[in-house]
Design a protein around this ligand. Structure first.
Ligand SMILES: [Ca+2]
Ligand SMILES: [Ca+2]
Ligand SMILES: [Ca+2]
Length: 231
């Protein structure tokens, strides 16, 4: 008997097999994509952390700006262009102060410390290397950047990373707080307390929590690193 194409039964069998394979593989593939994004975010946080440490080694200054900077201490350092989004929402069960990652105080862009020599209140390449306003460019504490090989960083979900620069050493409130560089993660919502640090992690009333310690009482997908400052 001569055959033309497939029988209905054959088509049903083939489509069923495809459907089963897709059902099996899709969650695996989706998880793999998510994992690779988490890895990228973690790597970028580490790259930025290393660059901040190099800046400090050369200039003796943290990217928080007090004596050199805009009026008011910088509370947050953002890593993208000013137009790139910074999440403002908080996730269900977010810790107290999580909203500060999206809104707190005076902000400045990371590239004004690590890519351009411009820690004062203005912004961008055209305002760098100003004598007595920006880092010195000669002498023992000279700025020797760029410390990063790209001007801006946004996380794998399109949002800026945020550094809790308020807690770099140099202000009375910075003691016993960790400086974090943090991504809001896949959900684009903040869960971690802005002032997460030594005090909060050791307080029995608070319990252990934060971006890296989870007591199981809440879930979050924030990603970040700690910048160790010895304060
Ligand atoms: Ca200036
Ligand atoms: Ca400047
Ligand atoms: Ca999150």
């Amino acid at each position: 008997m001569k055959r033309n194409g497939f029988t209905l039964i054959e088509m049903v069998v083939v489509l069923s097999v495809i459907a089963v394979l897709a059902a099996i593989l899709f969650p695996t593939i989706a998880k793999h994509i998510t994992d690779s994004r988490v890895t990228r975010a973690t790597n970028e946080c580490q790259v930025i952390t290393a660059a901040v440490m190099m800046l400090y080694k050369d200039t003796g200054k943290w990217p928080c700006t007090n004596e050199d900077g805009p009026s008011g201490r910088v509370s947050r350092v953002l890593t993208g262009n000013t137009a790139d989004p910074v999440p403002t929402g908080t996730a269900p069960g977010a810790r107290s102060g999580a909203e500060n990652w999206g809104s707190y105080g005076v902000t400045k862009q990371l590239y004004d410390y690590l890519y351009f020599n411009n820690p004062d209140s203005d912004t961008g390449a055209s305002n760098q290397n100003q004598v007595s306003q920006d880092y010195p460019i000669s002498g023992e504490y000279a700025w020797k950047g760029p410390y990063i090989d790209q001007q801006t960083y946004v996380d794998p979900w399109g949002n800026q990373y945020v550094i809790s620069a308020r807690y770099f050493p140099g202000a009375s409130w910075s003691a016993n707080h960790s400086v974090l560089i943090l991504s809001a993660g896949k959900d684009g919502l903040w869960s971690s307390p802005f002032d997460d640090g030594v005090t909060r992690l050791s307080a029995t009333t608070d319990g252990p929590y934060g971006p890296f310690v989870n007591d199981g009482s809440y879930t979050h997908d924030d990603i970040g690193t700690v910048i160790t400052t010895n304060n």
